[in-house]
Design a protein around this ligand. Structure first.
Ligand code: NAD
Ligand code: DAU
Length: 477
């Protein structure tokens, strides 16, 4: 992965100066696109190679630069493997020599960069954290929907990391959500994040299975929360306890032990957008939460920011849009409709169903969290989204169609008091700064897979179904 290859073409019958060139830096180990730069034609490429390195903020990214793609106008096949031979086809000897020279230069300067890398990073930006490789992560709320998906994802993709899950197993958490995670990767602790003594014991090693086998906790990824808006309207107190006090307890422990802290937040802290505007949320959007749930998450974010600024805690925050996928509680919109249909209950749409949510696969959220945890800049916030805006009625009709039902086979029920109209994420910062890209961008395909999962896991969701529907009935939903 330190090799730089010139990708080329066969049967090219066009002058080389008309070829468009872009530099793609792809990290094959992490499977992410690092940088994509449009260069223009070959002479410009040779002029620009130096500048490209200058533009790459993290010089270590250059080490992962894997190939230069040459794209041709028209239907020309590109063959990476034949690169070295065919690259010479239409290039004048002078240009070839020049190009070879520049590539050699680039590789030499990579070596030079390697040695100065650490010093440069340190001096230029103390906040940059390009190479954090967590050994042992405390995952709070790891038995809930996104937390459990994250634990499975890390165990699959970064099996060197150990995880301790701390979860109170509220109505939303199930120990069985972690079934299948290799025992070597996981310690499960049943407990509350508000329990300061218990939290402290995790860091002082009392609760670690074997001090010899498991390194000390070096990062916290904080998912634990009361997460459902409708519940927060009925009773906000558990939201204040877990989402505010619980975050405070964890921040204090992280401060005492100087632990890297990543906070899982929500786009709801920014309030909502109008249905008829183009604007999306960015990291600069003002905080304007609408519900007791989102207000408690905003408070949590503010604590995290304050602990960074005042105490120098190494924090990052991600604010993500609506997730879908396996293990989501049947109280949430998509699982509720799917399981209603499976249980012979008519789906329920709040109001006219015109509210818009920006859907993202939970897998993509997990890869974004890992990217931010390991390479995000300390003290920064990153918005996570995958351009999946749909209004509720369209989503419901997609589910009905995918499940072979009539598209109008649902009931309109009371809207949520103060319900947010539209969420939409601009994830440019995460994409350009850290090179994260979502993988699962076909929402319909993702919905179909989610339907299959609930079909195949009736014993997982059925015990919660009747109680959830009864609660909704009382709320007029
Ligand atoms: P969830 O309700 O499915 O899971 C929450 C988990 O936290 C459960 O396992 C629960 O037992 C645990 N928990 C609750 N209170 C606890 C406490 N006091 N101590 C220890 N554990 C406790 O939630 P989710 O949908 O997986 O959301 C996880 C996080 O992601 C939340 O912080 C939420 O605000 C955020 N988020 C969710 C979404 C989404 O679409 N679901 C989107 C963006 C951000
Ligand atoms: O945007 C991120 C947020 O997404 C997270 O912070 C929350 O934890 C998560 O619950 C989710 O919040 P929402 O309120 O957007 O999700 P929910 O699934 O509750 O509702 C989505 C939309 O669907 C909302 O406009 C209300 C509507 N709805 C919901 C239910 C449960 C219905 O129309 N019918 C329903 O039965």
């Amino acid at each position: 992965d330190k090799v730089c290859v010139l990708s080329s073409f066969r049967h090219a019958r066009i002058p080389f100066h008309k070829v468009n060139i872009s530099i793609i830096m792809f990290d094959f180990r992490e499977n992410i696109l690092l940088t994509q730069l449009q260069i223009g034609n070959l002479p410009r490429l040779t002029r620009k190679l130096d500048t490209i390195q200058d533009q790459t903020t993290d010089s270590r990214q250059c080490m992962a630069c894997s190939y230069i793609s040459v794209s041709l106008p028209g239907p020309v096949r590109r063959h990476k493997d034949r690169a070295q031979n065919n690259a010479t086809t239409n290039i004048s000897p002078r240009t070839q020599a020049n190009l070879r020279l520049r590539l050699v230069d680039m590789s030499n300067s990579e070596q030079a960069l390697d040695s100065t890398n650490e010093a440069v990073n340190k001096a230029s930006n103390e906040a940059t954290n390009p190479s954090f490789a967590p050994q042992h992560i405390l995952v709070t709320g790891g038995a809930g929907f996104i937390g459990a998906n994250f634990v499975h994802w890390v165990a699959r993709n970064h099996p060197q990391a150990h995880m301790t899950v701390l979860d109170a197993l509220t109505y939303a958490g199930k120990r069985e959500n972690l079934d299948g995670v290799p025992a070597a990767n996981l310690t499960f602790v049943h407990g509350n994040i508000c329990d300061a003594e218990l939290v402290e014991s995790l860091f002082s090693g009392l609760n670690q299975r074997s001090a010899a086998a498991v390194p000390p906790i070096d990062a916290i990824v904080h998912f634990a929360a009361e997460s459902h808006n409708d519940n927060s309207i009925l009773d906000a107190s558990p939201f204040l306890n877990t989402n505010v006090t619980g975050t405070y307890v964890l921040l204090e422990a992280a401060r005492r032990h100087d632990i890297r802290f990543h906070d899982i937040s929500t786009d709801e802290v920014y309030g909502d957008l109008a249905l008829d505007e183009q604007r999306k949320f960015t990291e600069l959007s003002p905080y304007k939460p609408s519900s007791p749930y989102s207000a408690s998450k905003a408070a949590s974010d503010h604590l995290v920011r304050a602990w960074h600024r005042t105490h120098g805690l190494k924090t990052t925050i991600s604010n993500c849009s609506n997730n879908y996928g396996p293990y989501q509680h049947v109280e949430k919109f998509i699982p509720r409709q799917i399981t209603n249909i499976l249980a012979g209950i008519r789906p329920k749409l709040y109001g006219q169903g015109l509210a818009v949510r920006d859907w993202i696969s939970v897998e993509d959220h997990c890869s974004a969290i890992w990217t931010i945890l390991t390479r995000g800049r300390i003290g920064e916030t990153y918005l996570v989204g995958a351009n999946g805006e749909y209004n509720n009625i369209d989503v419901l009709r997609m589910i009905l169609k995918l499940m072979g039902r009539d598209a109008n086979d649902f009931d309109h029920v009371n809207d949520r008091p103060g319900g947010d109209k539209r969420y939409a994420i601009d994830a440019t910062k995460l994409q350009t700064e850290l090179g994260w890209v979502p993988k699962y961008t076909d929402f319909k395909e993702g919905l179909a897979a989610t339907i299959d999962w609930y079909r195949a896991h009736e014993s997982w969701w059925m015990p919660d179904k009747a109680g959830t529907e009864e609660k909704y009935r009382k709320q007029g939903h």
